[in-house]
Design a binder for this molecule. Structure first.
Ligand SMILES: Cc1ncc(COP(=O)(O)O)c(C=O)c1O
Length: 301
């Protein structure tokens, strides 16, 4: 997979606050397995092949980018794929699931209460009995192989620009992408993970994922979730549409729109010292815009 570009934004507000803001265009990794999904799947694919698996099974909600990306991995790298979906079969009409199905994924719908058992050994053994020799990837694709892939966001970016980087920013769902990045920085620069969900559980989740107390140069920001997962407010939609007009970069409203709204708001509030360099990671997820627009009316242009 190619090295993704990193671009410096030229905007008046950045000049005014003397901030250098780069966007790492991980949305351009692959048209279907985009952004952090590719980073998370890379070493899982290698491991699944190494262990001789021909089927990948994973879990997700009806709008899950991860389900969509796993289906694309299957198509691209020759795996059968099975998606265990939280919810009703009639949600198949949505774009994420119908295109996962088109790419060959077998979808299996389960109730919310059964879905909660997804990480339990007995539930996974039942899946193995049912589906045979399967490589199981957790919800959101977050496991130790995923963290290794996400570390490379940092190592790759550092080689691309010759400015000292002070801050890295990224949207946060399970915290896997941020955790890999935290490991990648080796404590030399700060990672800010912007929560896309309501709640303050991310700090603990990330601590558990990195499992090493010496990495402490990071924080979770919970101020820009806009009411919760996949929720929005008109100012978020305006920000995304204006950002596209000014930079020609498309953001989605679930993760990257919220994260960059937060970054610009913090810049305006003077959170980042003048002279700081920030790299914001565009983690892709653009395929989700169609579903968002179908649900709320064509808000994102
Ligand atoms: C486009 C996009 N960005 C960011 C994230 C958050 O990643 P993580 O779950 O690793 O925190 C996701 C989540 O799956 C995503 O789909």
């Amino acid at each position: 997979m190619k090295i993704t570009p990193i671009v410096l934004l030229e905007l008046d507000v950045l000049k005014k606050h003397q901030i250098k803001l780069f966007i790492k265009r991980d949305d351009l990794t692959h048209p279907l397995v985009s952004g952090n999904k590719w980073r998370k799947m890379k070493y899982n694919i290698i491991e699944a092949k190494r262990q001789g698996f021909d089927t990948i099974l994973t879990f997700g909600g009806v709008f899950s980018n991860h389900i969509h990306a796993t289906a694309a991995v299957g198509k691209e790298f020759g795996f059968k794929t099975i998606g265990i979906i939280r919810g009703e079969e009639n949600s198949i009409s949505n774009n994420t699931l119908s295109s996962a199905k088109e790419m060959g994924m077998q979808l299996h719908f389960i109730s919310r209460s059964n879905y909660r058992l997804k990480n339990e050994k007995s539930f996974q053994n039942e899946l193995i009995r049912k589906y045979g020799h399967i490589y199981i990837v957790p919800e959101g694709g977050t496991n130790q192989f995923a963290l290794s892939g996400c570390e490379e966001i940092i190592t790759e970016s550092i080689l691309q620009i010759d400015t000292k980087i002070d801050y890295w920013t990224v949207g946060c769902g399970t915290g896997g992408t941020a955790s890999g990045m935290i490991l990648g920085t080796k404590n030399k620069s700060k990672v800010i993970a912007f929560s896309a969900l309501k709640g303050d559980f991310h700090t603990n989740d990330i601590k558990n994922l990195i499992n090493d107390d010496k990495f402490d140069n990071w924080e979770v920001n919970t101020d820009y979730h806009f009411g919760g997962f996949a929720k929005y407010k008109p100012e978020l939609v305006d920000f995304i549409n204006n950002f596209k007009m000014e930079t020609n970069i498309q953001l989605e409203p679930i993760y990257n729109g919220k994260m960059l709204f937060g970054v610009f708001d913090l810049i305006k509030k003077g959170y980042f010292p003048r002279g700081s360099t920030i790299v914001a990671i565009h983690t892709g997820g653009i395929q989700g815009i169609k579903g968002f627009n179908e649900r709320y009316g064509n808000l994102i242009s």
